[in-house]
Unconditional design. Sequence first.
Length: 555
Amino acid sequence: MLLPRRPRRPPRFSVINQAPSRFHRVAVEVHRRLRAKEGVSAEPTSENFCGGFRAAHTPTVKSVRKDSQTKKLINGAIMNNDFLNKLEPQHLREMVDCMYEKVYTEGQLVIQEGEPGNYLYVLADGLLEVFQNGKLLGEMRPGSAFGELAILYNCKRTATVKAVSQSKIWALDRQTFQTIMMQTTQARHNEYFSFLCSVSLLRGLPEEKLAKVVDCLEVDYFEKGEYIIREGEEGNTFFIIAKGEVIVTQSTEGLAEPQEIKTLGVGDYFGEKALISEDVRSANIICNENDTHCLVVDRDNFNQMVGTYEELQSYLKEYVDELSRSDERRNALPHSPIDSAEAQELKRLREKISLLPFKDLEVIATLGMGGFGRVELVKLKDEDTTFALKCIKKKHIVDTRQQEHIYSEKNILQQTNSAFIIRLFRTYRDDKFVYMLLEVCLGGELWTVLRDMSYFEEPTARFCTGCVLEAFDYLHTLGIIYRDLKPENLLLDAEGYVKMADFGFAKKIGLGKKTWTFCGTPEYVAPEVIMNKGHDFGADCWSLGILIFELLTGK
């Protein structure tokens, strides 16, 4: 439900009204933190897709020859790892093929605690010891996989691994792993997308709806002679043949046995009526080749992910009109509670600041510090207008390979204009820092309030969630995914409204498309992000559920 236009005084359930004394003064105190959550990220990728594969740069992977015994050992080690054993068979095969050999001599360190990691390892021969803070934790023997977090994101090693004897290890680097996950998933997605485009029932749907159907698809395997569908049975499943062949038979009056009607092959489909309503199967479908693959989706999953058939028909009817209205709707910002006077004032201020030299900013106090740099409270010389100046170390950006994320944050904030998203007025730079001049929110982080109050009552949590929903509705309409929701990234303005900040992981992907970079805060990351299967706006929805839980429980 959308929030009403902003009243002139704080709403009944604003965060202000839960702790009034905290917000009736300007506080620039740096609070002592118990444990704020930190975001993590792999190197950004620029690939996204919907239907056709589109990428500015496509890395290649290189296979390394191995005998069958070695492949079996690596495969077994990966399957015995709690994180890696959820990988799909095709991904697993390519990982095994691409791992290459490294030899470590006695006493040589394989992994150094505290150092950045980039490799997954499988021990093939030898003996390794594991240390943490100088204390021996245990040993690893052949068939052990370790270092798996490093192929997800830029993490520091939590332990030291040392070779006790000469050891042979198979290794896979992060870029190769991410390339395997991205390319194989994209190729499969494109294939499935092409199949769906040939289905008359779905042909008229826009790309973003078809992409949702692809996400519903699962693969079933059949052997020759196996019945896939039996005539007269009720069914709720739709099938597309991805590999192999089936025959169609049907009962004929006067004949004892069903008669063969036709043969269906790759790209053909059957059972589509089941997506509309309860379907009594009118024919038998029998597998005619071993290892036949069918893409399947049942009506419940289809309705949940895409909508009922009636809803789709209504959607198609309105789709053309919606396209013509989209630009006007986005520019009008219908969900943003800014009246025209405020909008004009914002425009005037941005124009003024665009000409403002950096030397005209006066530092009042430091609002916060972190590994990235610091945030200063500044004001215009000879004026009382205040801003937050985010000072980001160039060295930190380069060391963590976040150049693309910084550019993306700047570009996204420059094109957004919502009362629930912090505003960027302009940027500066010098030899050591990149600076972002931002709207100041002196209420501080929502995380600080949550920490001090332990948890929020339901009305307060509902209000905060409503503010976030407004921000997500605005961003997703523009095709922007946020990817770093948490109380630490939500700020409070002077009236107690929640504003979304820190767009370092945000990215414009468009409607119906996916992106691949592993980024976010581990407690909030969606399963598809962890598994490197490609993610879209659904990852933001997942994180919203986590946020609601944290607001209500403080955990």
